[in-house]
Design a protein around this ligand. Structure first.
Ligand SMILES: [Zn+2]
Length: 339
């Protein structure tokens, strides 16, 4: 299944923010799927538009500290958002932010932020019924317990895990993170929680591993399995990912998985900080197929998140995998062998 909720889209230019994360990641992906010859006739079987759930402050506290999360609901909201989206540099200059172009104050985005981080939980419930759900959004893996950075105010994968556990829908989970950037917030949140194992395959250097943590956080917490990929070592990527997935399965049981299928390791990604990892479109498709087949073989329901993907072409990475997986899941009816 694919879950999308247009009301959860965060319109960054409205707040003067110029991060190149475009809604086309979701809208064009959906358009491509809906016009696919094998999927266009069966849209109700694979597409769910809209969800009604909203996480409460109490839910946010399953993962985040009271003072930090509560700050989004009081006079500290503006500063919390500036910090999480990294809008002001140390010297006071603006970073990817032109406040004069804003038509709304930053705290006005809070309802969308909450909706946005609710998505993985909503998709998780669908995945537990249907086996698989891909949420067009989510993947805020740089959200830590008491701070956010890298455009991530809250950690949505962790929130989904903890809330599904609290509701006794799941007992143990895996978070498999293939975004270009290390899932630093996720690793830190679950460092002392044996119910969730984390795997992150990412750029070996650059952001966020370059010492950009706030004071009091001198070093990064390891994930259960970290797979740092050096620039120029992309040809080892799939092999190393597969080996680590096998270790994960051998060492940690689970009944649910969250996958961050970021498009930003793509060689054409436009965010400067992703330039150290350059996978081809074909390698990214094979990455997602590898993870999907691995989870199928393990018999685990999984929720997939779009995570990072920057520039107007990012949607092609998501659409490519989703075409493949949806046709496969629908039983291949009408498949014409074009792929
Ligand atoms: Zn990323």
């Amino acid at each position: 299944m694919v879950l999308v909720d247009f009301s959860s889209f965060l319109d960054l230019p409205r707040y003067g923010i110029t991060i190149p994360s475009h809604d086309s990641r979701k809208t064009k992906t959906l358009e491509a799927l809906k016009s696919h010859p094998d999927l266009s006739r069966r849209i109700p079987e694979w597409c769910i538009e809209g969800f009604g759930d909203l996480l409460s402050l109490e839910d946010l506290l399953l993962v985040h500290g009271k003072s930090y999360a509560g700050g989004f609901f009081n006079e500290n909201a503006r500063q919390r958002i500036i910090s999480a989206f990294e809008l002001v540099n140390e010297d006071g200059s603006f970073n990817r932010w032109v406040p004069d172009n804003a038509t709304e104050p930053l705290p006005a985005m809070l309802p969308q932020l909450i909706k946005m981080v609710t998505g993985p939980y909503s998709a998780g419930k669908i995945a537990l019924e249907s086996g698989y759900c891909h949420y067009l959004g989510g993947g805020t893996h740089h959200g830590h317990r008491d701070f956010g950075h890298g455009f991530c105010p809250f950690n949505d994968s962790a929130l989904a895990m903890r809330k599904l556990m609290k509701e006794k829908r799941i007992k143990r989970g895996w978070i498999i993170d293939t975004d270009a950037h290390k899932g630093d917030g996720t690793a830190a949140i679950f460092a002392n929680d044996s119910s969730v194992a984390t795997l992150s395959i990412h750029m070996a250097s650059g952001w966020p591993l370059d010492g950009s943590l706030p004071p009091g956080h001198p070093s990064y917490t390891p994930s259960t399995y970290d797979i740092p990929i050096e620039s120029g070592e992309e040809h080892t990527y799939l092999e190393r990912l597969e080996a680590s997935l096998k270790k994960l399965k051998a060492s940690h049981s689970a009944d649910f998985a969250v996958v961050l299928a970021g498009a930003d390791p793509w060689e054409e990604d436009e965010l400067e900080s992703t330039s150290l990892l350059n996978l081809t479109q074909q390698q990214l498709l094979e990455r997602d197929q590898l993870v999907y087949n691995f989870l199928q073989a393990a018999g685990l329901p999984s929720v997939w998140l779009t995570a990072g993907g920057y520039g107007q072409g990012a949607w092609k990475i998501y659409a490519s995998f989703l075409n493949w997986v949806l046709v496969k899941r629908l039983g291949g009816a009408g498949v014409t062998g074009r792929r």
